[in-house]
Design a protein around this ligand. Structure first.
Ligand SMILES: *Cc1c(COP(=O)(O)O)cnc(C)c1O
Length: 422
């Protein structure tokens, strides 16, 4: 029993282990962290993030790996990725600043997003980022004006919508015709021809991103085939396409039965299609870099039995981790201290006044007492990044562990911060 539990933990993150029944991440006791720093608490493993960037670099030796900052924007998390040579994929001005704070060279930053504002575009033009992944004709004109005004040239790719069904949750499926993202594949060439006429833009790339949490890599085949087709047509028309950006989206293990595709699995599908393509490949992984690097520790507040249900009420809610509430997402949850007690079926819920405020439903878990800690796995991406103050709950602290030591990379928020943000 213990052995298989250990094995399962390692499948989530190789740096997770049980020492005398107590959960550790990179050699750091999570109980000790929670006792010292309080809960809810996000904890991330730096070595895991490093390993993931390296795995991408090994699978795609000549590619630029642009970590998708939106998955986890803590500048110290970004720094770990940038130390491994990663660039950044951003979707806002704030993320541009987070990337720069995290040590990313602007020459390695790509910027997507359907609703970039003038101040955001100005900031990115001034920083001379590698490439704007433009999502509409209007944006081409606005960016051209801004670049002209600032006396710069903006390098652009057009985000094309290859109309591929990534077979993931509809809310994180982004490459289908009906989606708001990108421009239609059929009309993309018209946008390219237009962009070429705009004097402050330099057309350098093609971008696509078909969705998130893809556990099956086959939809990438169709998307990349289409993009390479467009690349050849544009090259024939005299465009100098130097970058093919195939986005992010590789899925991770959330459920015990999930099999997580590796960067190598992705490379095996797309590299043959990219044979003979001169352009540099860009990837934008987010979740698959930080998702299983991190977990959320929460403390059991109360236990409650209602006729048909056992509830474990914890101090982390949908304001801390919203994925279960909005995507009905599964997060594996384990006690921080396993004591070999009997198991129960329980709903693990937060303190927020919403029925949608749950971390797990009808979950089989070891009997837990008030005051004990749980670890919510796979919470390193789209966890803190989507946290809010709903119900006036200060956002949690964040800790980075590496090789047996730890560092607080964001203090727990105070009420003063919420009431009087400076
Ligand atoms: C969200 C996003 C990503 C990252 O997606 P993951 O599923 O976290 O890898 C990459 N590129 C763009 C344009 C995105 O919007």
């Amino acid at each position: 029993m213990e052995a298989s539990q250990e094995q399962l933990l390692k499948e989530y993150n190789t740096y997770l282990e049980l020492i005398d029944g107590e959960l550790h991440l990179e050699g750091v006791s999570l109980k000790k962290l929670a006792d010292e720093l309080g809960t809810p608490l996000y904890v991330y493993s730096a070595s895991y993030i490093r390993d993931r960037i390296r795995a991408y670099k090994e699978a795609f030796p000549n590619a630029l790996i642009c970590y998708a900052v939106k998955a986890n924007f803590n500048p110290e998390v970004v720094r770990v990725a940038s130390e491994e040579g990663a660039g950044a994929d951003i979707v806002s001005g704030g993320e541009l600043l987070a990337a720069i704070k995290g040590g990313v060279n602007p020459k390695k930053i790509v910027y997507a997003g359907v609703g970039k504002t003038v101040p955001e575009l100005e900031l990115a033009v001034e920083k001379e980022i590698l490439m704007f992944n433009v999502e509409s004709r209007d944006e081409l004109f606005v960016l051209n004006d801004i670049a002209g005004r600032l006396g710069k040239k903006a390098r652009i790719a057009i985000r094309v919508n290859p109309d591929v069904d990534p077979k993931t949750h509809p809310y994180i499926s982004t490459g289908m015709k009906k989606s708001k993202f990108g421009v239609n594949f059929e009309t993309a060439k018209e946008e390219y021809r237009l962009a070429r006429e705009l004097e402050n833009l330099e057309v350098v790339g093609i971008h696509c991103h078909i969705g998130s949490q893809l556990l099956d890599v086959s939809p990438y085949r169709e998307a990349v085939e289409k993009v390479v087709g467009l690349y050849r047509e544009l090259t024939e028309e005299g465009f100098d396409i130097r970058y093919i950006d195939i986005g992010g989206g590789l899925g991770i293990k959330y459920k015990p039965e999930d099999r997580e595709p590796s960067p190598k699995d992705l490379a095996e599908v797309v590299m043959p299609i990219l044979e003979g393509v001169e352009a540099q490949i860009i990837l934008e992984p987010g979740r698959s870099i930080t998702g299983n690097a991190g977990l959320l520790i929460s403390q059991v507040q109360f236990l409650k039995d209602k006729e048909i249900k056992h509830f474990i009420i914890v101090d982390a809610g949908m304001n801390d981790l919203v994925r279960p509430a909005i995507y009905d997402a599964y997060h594996h949850i384990v006690p921080v201290e396993s004591k070999g007690r009997k198991h129960v079926i329980a709903d693990i819920v937060g303190p927020i006044c919403e029925t949608g405020d749950f971390l797990a439903k009808d979950r089989r878990i070891e009997w837990l007492e008030r005051g004990e800690y749980i670890a919510v796995l796979s919470a390193g991406a789209y966890g803190f990044a989507m946290a809010s103050h709903y119900n006036i709950r200060p956002r949690p602290a964040e800790v980075l562990v590496e090789k047996g030591s730890y560092r607080v990379i964001r203090e727990r928020e105070s009420y003063e911060y919420i009431f009087n943000p400076k």
